[in-house]
Design a protein around this ligand. Sequence first.
Ligand SMILES: [Zn+2]
Ligand SMILES: [Zn+2]
Length: 222
Amino acid sequence: MLPFLVDLVYPKRCAGCGSRGAWACALCLEDVPLFEQPWCARCGVPNGLRCVCRELDPALDAVRSVGPFAGWLRGAIVAFKYGDETDRADHLAELLAERAREFGPDAILVPMPLHPARLRQRGYNQSALLAERVAALLGWTSSPLVRRARDTPHQVGLGADERRSNVAEAFALAERAPDLHGDTIVLIDDVITTGSSLAACAAPLRAAGSGRIVAATLARDI
Ligand SMILES: [Zn+2]
Ligand SMILES: [Zn+2]
């Protein structure tokens, strides 16, 4: 379909204020800007904001996020994840690809898996949609190498230690996952807080011989 027809049929709406014409309008972007360099080499939080390396799980070598979990970005993630607005995937993936690119020149993108019950409920894994699009943009591979070994209660409202024990051994290598001969793994997720879920997801990959394990997320909860 021609681009202007696509816009007519699927109008873009700003995730912050609902105005038409863009996935994030200029005013909302000004309100909650994307993270900009210089930022901390490990946690990816821009200089001037509080570095969160101390809270970041040691299993993650580095993290890059598009912006803070606030304003239009928070609205976009909620709509994408819970509101069936999968049309937002392309826009969000473009932003995420710009962050993940730094971990190249080549890497395997691994989406944070959803438990099968939640996948059935939602109909899609938002992290997998992102990972596939980011892979296409960067010419990398996206592969669901990790699966949920058991369901875990929501992490919201839990402290760092509780989060860690909540997700311990929650993940296992997917069947038919290849040996990882020192490959760089970029875990893909929507929001990072302490990184305990991502770190738990990293454990079976490290055991399978991966190299560096990093994460690219849409938002950082700060
Ligand atoms: Zn707006
Ligand atoms: Zn830091």
